[in-house]
Design a protein around this ligand. Sequence first.
Ligand SMILES: [Zn+2]
Length: 397
Amino acid sequence: MGPMVVSPPRRERVDGQTRVVVDVSDRAPLWYSVPDRFAELLADRSDHVLVGVLMPAMKEARDLHIGGTVTDSLLHQANNDLQRLLRMEHPDLRPIRITADIVALPAAHAPGVATAYSGGVDSSAVLVEYFSGEGVPESLRVTHLLNNNVGAHGPDGYELWQVRCTPLKRAAAEYGLPFVTVDSNLDAHYPRIGFLESVSMRNASVAHLLSAGIGHLHVGSEISYVFARVDDSGEIARLDPMLLPLLSTTAVSISSANSGMTRVQRTVALIGRPEARYLDVCTDDDPTRVGNCSKCAKCVRAMLTLEIAGHLQEFCPDVFTYSTYSEHRDAYIARVLSAGDPLECEIRDFAAAQGWHWRISDRRRAAVRWVRVEAKRSARRMLRRFGRHRQESASTR
Ligand SMILES: [Zn+2]
């Protein structure tokens, strides 16, 4: 297949939104839009396009030509270490050559400081440190909250995104911060790359889109430095402390905020804080859901953390429902005591540090769960081995 060629960006007005559109060869046009009142944040350059379509172009092993102006340092990184790092995480991505119509020195650094705000533990913790915390340097103090529709809500997730944004707009108004909603069809340009495999690139693309007004983006870290590593897990957030500097220029810097804290520490940091009133950690996709379900894994994880800290009751009933939690708590504790996932390990360590005593019944349930999970793993291994053996036998006949 030939190179992927992208046109220079153009602006359109659509239903009170200012839309930045580029044509992409062999694909539908790529667009991003913001409410008209935020159009002043939109950059004229094409840096957001380069970041947005880099992984899809690498996936298809297609060289990439970007129309319009691209910042020289970003283009250099994208042709070198950025691709190398992405390929360490995703070995199926191929090295490509990227060119642009015009290559220019970085634009002026804008004064705005943004963070993506979802109401979750990580983004709320960013506000605690970089908005309402004492002694925040002015150059890092949050001035804008963002919420991007770049794939987190599913391929047809516009309605769900709107529903999820409603309480967040109330929170932003209370904080006195503008709430910038960025809609896009970027997800449609990632047909063979999952959201969690590429979320950092998608959000960094928006940072460059808004770089006429935003000079710094805090990305709320999902993991601590302890678990940051290059591996082939496909979870791109694990790369953020290394990846985000490669996506930054002197015009717009992107950093992983609170990577020095564990998820447990970020959760505990919300105790007694006004940001906690808008806490929404839930993964239940029901658009009619109001508040946290108190039974999904993320809800129960946050609640168990707060319980071990001795402050869960302060979050009930406004943020969480204790009676629902109590029905799902034991099963989650069994997972905490039997799983090796980083976030469950953090809770085990926190419990030990707090002098928390697990019940005998907790340990018994965990042992039963461990045996069940291991039996399933063994069965899958056997199936794979047996299947391979059959294929090899068939091929030698
Ligand atoms: Zn939930």
